[in-house]
Ligand binder design. Structure first.
Ligand code: SF4
Ligand code: SF4
Length: 289
């Protein structure tokens, strides 16, 4: 089973358009949405949830009111100002960082640290194949653990089903969630746009994938809106021995499909952007095969 991670240096470059379309056209695959901070692939793939699991990560403090004497020690010690005091102390869960200082120094042992429920992960079926995805709780930060979990579950399930490909929607940027989504990947498809910020952010991702020695292929979205910008991207890729395997044109069908909540290749199969996306997949699959 081969794993392809779709990345973008930043949000809004067309990664979801590409992912939604790959979900339709790649045969014999499992799909994983590792962009858990801004998960949106489910909006296009109409998943029917088959399994829902808790995602627990870290701890949070909770006061046992019957034991608390209201001495105020924990309020003074909490650097995140997560504790308020009335007659007894109260920890605001959204502000608690789980450092454990309050529990350690409470003279009455009135504070316990309990597992923190941070969200859910799902195994779903879609019209396009099996899909593993997640939902972070409100205010929860993604440390990369949930990304690793989603990816590993997708790989396990894909192996069980005998799939040939794992197609992973990675997080934007170059932080911890992206690094987690790259682990074990056979190739990266990097979507960028022909702007100075697109070039800059692409450069940072290329440094990251070069560091991890993962073959990376670039696709320039809306290249025809700024051909000089697209040329600058090609020049940068040439210098760094990175292949540019796709140029997607600006195509109003992308927005029309998005409004209807469908991948563009499923609604407008012969539109210019759909044809270009199919060519990208043909190139990528033949290189990886
Ligand atoms: S340190 Fe313990 S006893 Fe004192 S206010 Fe906080 S929870 Fe209550
Ligand atoms: S665990 Fe740390 S952050 Fe949370 S309430 Fe206690 S001292 Fe504050």
């Amino acid at each position: 089973m081969k794993e392809i991670v779709v990345l973008s240096g930043k949000g809004g470059t067309g990664k979801t358009t590409m992912m939604g379309s790959l979900a339709v056209i790649v045969p014999d695959k499992i799909i994983a949405d590792c962009d858990v901070d801004a998960a949106d692939l489910h909006l296009l793939l109409e998943p029917e949830i088959k399994e829902k699991h808790d995602f627990v990560s870290g701890v949070e403090a909770e006061v046992i009111p019957d034991k608390c004497t209201g001495c105020g020690t924990c309020v003074e010690l909490c650097k995140w100002e997560a504790i308020t005091l009335d007659e007894t102390a109260y920890v605001e869960p959204l502000d608690c960082e789980g450092c454990g200082v309050c529990a350690h120094f409470c003279p009455e042992e009135a504070i316990m640290l309990k597992d923190k429920h941070c969200g859910y992960w799902f195994k779903s079926e879609t019209p396009y194949g099996p899909f593993v995805h997640a939902q972070l709780g409100i205010g929860e930060e993604n440390s990369g653990k949930l990304v690793s979990l989603v990816k590993n579950k997708a790989k396990e399930w894909g192996e069980e089903l005998g799939k040939k490909w794992v197609i992973v929607d990675g997080a934007p940027g170059i932080g911890c969630p992206v690094i987690a989504s790259l682990s074990g990947a056979h190739a990266v498809l990097l979507i960028t746009e022909p702007t100075p910020s697109g070039l800059h952010d692409m450069g940072r991702v290329l440094e990251l994938t070069a560091h991890f020695k993962i073959p990376t292929f670039v696709c320039v979205n809306k290249w025809d809106l700024h051909p000089e910008g697209a040329k600058a991207i090609e020049d940068h890729c040439d210098k760094n021995n990175v292949a540019v395997i796709g140029h997607l044109p600006y195509d109003p069908c992308v927005v029309k499909a998005m409004v209807q909540g469908k991948p563009v290749v499923s609604l407008f199969a012969d539109s210019p952007v759909s044809v270009a996306i199919k060519e990208v997949w043909q190139k990528l699959s033949s290189i990886l095969s």
